[in-house]
Design a protein around this ligand. Structure first.
Ligand code: SF4
Length: 417
């Protein structure tokens, strides 16, 4: 079935689970308020993401204690004269700062679109699929002809843009801290914009985020440049390595050899929670059914936990790697933290030269045609004429594992560094 989400027709990726059927494993499940209250522990374990259905006699205040569990709240519109779900949507957005999807289903009419939108509803589940195009036409007409609302519609939309709803870590604290972080980002731009990658790292590690910054590294084909650079600054800097359980042995061996070579003392291999693996992906084949769910389980969630306690993190991404990275700033804000990409402006040639000048060993799979190495099932050799990351998630539209998008939000602000 298709839905309209943020104005676009999309395939509905959520499963509406009725009270008398079993909960599917590893999918995005929407359950009733009653079912959630009875079975929340097992639902949390089985579901990749969780949604809840509320009837119009079930007030959002009834779920306030559990709100952090939900990525979607589906509000039933029972009949035209019952306006309570409109108020509920507004309460969820304004009072409870809910940043996930709010879905309207049941008796909704095309003429109500603008009001639904203003109240914070962003997903429309229509009773009749034939009406989908009709609705999107109406949405386009309204977007063109209406001026911005004088109410808080804009605020709701900004909130959704700034905080990715896949992970609603702590929406209140993220939004509260945002102005301070943005000020800090501006000041970094002015003060450190002229620094080299090495000096920028030194400043961030020794001065700005002493004891509160970590490198996140895949120990992939180009990772050794940044790891080496950091080893010349502080060999005990925390380095987070996401061991998904699906990595090449060559990567694990390469990690161990670099630890030894650079005398690193604080590399933490972070694994997914075993209880979640057993519940969601016991056979280890989730990647075949849903790459995003698998990356979420094996990368995004473990990283989110690993970064608790840090105010900033460092990545080795470069603009020449293409896709969304081609416009990446050197310093950005993501999910309430500063994220530093010190090699953002480096070229492939600079990376190659750095390897040679510092006599750094290459990842063992590189000579075998792998230019970007991730998990075994989702990594392929690149073919002639392909980009460096084209072997990742081949034959799929996916280009990133999600840790740079879903970890509580997209980059909020770009610097000109
Ligand atoms: Fe799963 Fe593939 Fe993502 Fe690895 S890269 S976590 S195997 S989907």
């Amino acid at each position: 079935m298709n839905i309209i989400r943020n104005g676009n027709i999309e395939k509905d990726s959520w499963v509406q689970v009725s009270d008398d059927e079993s909960i599917p494993k590893g999918t995005k499940n929407i359950v009733s308020y009653e079912r959630w209250n009875k079975e929340k522990d097992s639902i949390s374990l089985l579901s990749y993401k969780i949604g809840i259905r509320l009837r119009s006699d079930q007030h959002p205040s009834d779920i306030i204690g559990d709100l952090e569990h939900f990525n979607t709240i589906a509000l039933e519109f029972p009949q035209f004269k019952d306006g309570r779900p409109f108020s509920y949507a507004r309460i969820l957005r304004d009072r409870y700062k809910f940043a996930g999807d709010i879905r309207a289903f049941g008796h909704i009419l095309r003429d109500q679109f603008l009001f639904l939108d203003r109240c914070g509803v962003n997903v429309l589940q229509l009773q009749s699929q034939e009406k989908l195009n009709d609705w999107t036409e109406a949405i386009n007409e309204i977007s063109v002809s209406y001026q911005p609302a004088s109410d808080d519609r804009k605020i709701v939309k900004n909130l959704r843009r700034k905080i990715n709803s896949d992970f609603i870590d702590d929406v209140d604290s993220i939004t509260e801290n945002l102005p301070l972080l943005e000020e800090r980002l501006k000041s970094f731009t002015l003060s450190f914009g002229h620094l080299s990658s090495l000096d920028l790292l030194k400043t961030m590690i020794h001065k700005e985020f002493l004891g509160k910054i970590a490198l996140v590294s895949s120990f992939g084909t180009e990772a050794a440049v940044l790891i080496h650079m950091i080893s010349t600054i502080d060999k005990s800097l925390p380095i987070v390595f996401l061991d998904t359980g699906k990595l090449f042995d060559e990567t694990i061996r390469y990690r161990d050899s670099l630890i030894q070579l650079f005398s690193l003392t604080n590399v933490e291999s972070v694994k997914p929670e075993i209880s979640k693996i057993n519940a969601i992906d016991p056979d280890g084949i989730l990647w075949k059914q849903d790459h995003d769910a698998c990356c979420n389980l094996r990368k995004v969630e473990p990283l989110r936990n690993a970064l608790l306690g840090f105010d900033a993190w460092i990545t080795g991404r470069k603009r020449y790697q293409g896709s969304s990275r081609s416009v990446m700033p050197t310093i950005e804000i993501q999910g309430g933290r500063i994220k530093i990409n010190p090699l953002a402006s480096w070229t492939r040639k600079m990376i190659e030269d750095y390897f040679i000048e510092n006599d750094i060993p290459k990842h063992p799979l590189e000579d075998d045609g792998f230019q970007s190495v991730g998990c075994i099932p989702c990594t392929d050799r690149i073919r002639s004429g392909e980009g460096l990351r084209d072997g990742r998630w081949r034959d799929s539209e996916k280009t990133e594992c999600g840790i740079h998008e879903s970890l509580a939000g997209q980059s909020l602000t770009s610097s000109e560094l």
